[in-house]
Write a protein that binds this ligand. Structure first.
Ligand code: AMP
Ligand code: ZN
Length: 474
């Protein structure tokens, strides 16, 4: 299998450290809000990576963290605390916010057929381990305390920028203008391992530590969680390209200083999904979530299909028009699979040469740095192939589904109204009730305005003899 490695900036032949097990770590979500569809793009590609590894015969152990502890807006320890911001916005405790959005994240990934990581680790479950980790770094001389915070001194490591390949001056100017620089740092790239003093005196998540009551810096969770669950070395560490210059760079600095060994063999980074304003962000205002796509009548798997048609290392622009085309193609693909399924007679065939040819084609694309778009082309080819019978075609679809996970063999009719949550159903039913009463009282103006209000939200009413039906417009 060939895989691009950010560390060498080249495609490499993949060879795990231990033949029998691929150790894989994926940076997980920060749970102060819903995941946006850009975040979800990343998790879809990581899912493809894991399933491809399994498809080509490896055992995989995959670990993912959940960032449920204060994490600042800027990777360089500046800006506002995201969890606290979420709590203020929704009038909830930070713990409630973390739980709510962790659950929401798992609901999203189920809808997108993303396999849950083998180990899911909440950042707040590892506080004692962070303290032990920092104590070791302190003993080894990599840290200093200033203004109550424990910092990592980046001049103590040999090749701090080996992943980003940036020079330190560039990194310094790359930090955002609007955030104030922490004047207690010896070097601008030094980062906090443990905070006791912050701008947020009302920080809700705090723990005792040898340096005072406080909370961990945010890079530390990925290092410690991976060390605990995957050992001192791992094969693949994944995340978005935005993590290269700071988060992953700091993870490497502290982990390798702790173990004295090279930590990660392959660094995997996914490119961004862009909206019409550029980089997507969930810190500001309204943003694109999976539920929003569903409210607009899209099937979550149309989004998965849309994503799989582009390469993970290329930026991708999102528009509703392109999602609509992807959905049309996806539904057509499903109906072609259904036609084949209806024709097949259920007899299990020997695996013929023709079957192997398609299987090998598919495998060669997917193991070529995860070329999902070409892999899907093989699927189209086999569905119209003359050299395969229906049972063979179905066998191949089932086989490719181990990686693609597009529910191509799930023929149950999709009920569009399933995508609406309980609260919305309640709202729609109440509006219908009001409209019925308005009509009874001959207040047709009110009845019409209710119908129009719903229509603006994409909800269409249909009067039938049995009562009022409603559906969500596409
Ligand atoms: P967060 O929950 O903000 O920590 O982000 C979760 C993951 O989504 C990280 O791996 C980010 O690199 C990635 N990510 C953030 N924004 C985007 C985007 N617009 N497109 C693709 N991935 C993104
Ligand atoms: Zn991480």
């Amino acid at each position: 299998m060939e895989l691009y490695n950010t560390l060498s900036r080249s495609i490499e032949n993949f060879k795990p450290i231990d033949e029998n097990l691929v150790r894989m770590y994926t940076c997980g979500p920060t749970v102060y809000n819903y995941a946006h569809i850009g975040n979800l793009r990343m998790y879809i590609h990581e899912d493809i990576l894991e399933k491809t590894l399994r498809y080509v015969g490896y055992n995989v152990k995959r670990v993912m963290n959940i960032t449920d502890v204060g994490h600042l807006e800027s990777d360089s320890d500046e800006g506002e605390d995201k969890m606290l911001k979420g709590a203020k916005r929704e009038n909830k405790t930070v713990w409630e916010i973390a739980q709510y959005y962790t659950d929401a994240f798992f609901k999203d990934i189920v809808k997108l057929n993303i396999k849950k990581a083998d180990v899911i680790a909440k950042a707040t479950d590892y506080i004692n381990e962070y303290i032990e980790f920092i104590k070791t770094l302190e003993q080894k001389g990599f840290t200093y305390v200033a203004n109550g915070n424990v910092y990592f001194d980046i001049t103590k490591v040999e090749n701090y920028t080996k992943l980003s390949k940036l020079d330190l001056d560039t990194l310094q100017t790359a930090s955002r203008d609007e955030v104030t620089e922490d004047l207690h740092k010896k070097n601008p790239q030094d980062f906090v391992l443990w905070f006791t003093k912050s701008k947020f005196e009302n920080q809700a998540m705090k723990w005792e530590s040898p340096w005072g009551i406080g909370y961990p810096g945010w890079h530390i969770e990925c290092s410690v969680i991976s060390l605990k669950n995957l050992g001192e070395q791992m094969d693949i560490h994944c995340g978005g390209v935005d993590h290269i210059p700071v988060h992953h760079t700091n993870e490497i600095a502290q982990t390798e200083s702790y173990t004295g060994k090279q930590w990660v063999k392959y660094w995997w980074h996914g490119e961004f999904l862009l909206d019409n304003e550029g980089k997507m962000s969930k810190s500001s205002g309204e943003f694109l979530t999976l539920s929003l796509l569903e409210k607009k009548g899209f099937n979550p798997l149309s989004y998965r299909y849309f994503i799989l048609n582009s390469h993970y290392r290329k930026q991708l622009a999102f528009t509703f028009d392109s999602l609509k085309s992807a959905e049309n193609a996806y539904f057509k693909l499903k109906s072609r699979v259904k036609t084949v399924a209806d024709l097949q007679n259920g007899t299990k065939e020997e695996i013929t040469e023709a079957v192997n040819k398609y299987k090998n084609d598919f495998k060669s694309h997917i193991e070529n740095d995860l070329n999902t778009a070409n892999a899907i082309t093989v699927l189209y080819e086999l569905l119209k192939a003359d050299d395969l019978n229906s049972s063979e075609k179905l066998y191949l679809v089932e086989d490719f589904e181990k990686v693609l996970s597009l529910s191509l063999l799930n023929f149950e009719e999709e009920n569009k109204n399933d995508s609406v949550d309980d609260q919305e159903v309640k709202y729609i039913e109440e509006m219908i009730q009001k409209r019925t009463e308005a009509k009874k009282n001959k207040n047709f103006a009110l009845a019409d305005s209710i119908r129009n209000e719903l229509l603006e939200k994409g909800i269409v009413l249909e009067d039938t003899r049995q009562g009022v039906n409603w559906k969500i417009m596409n």
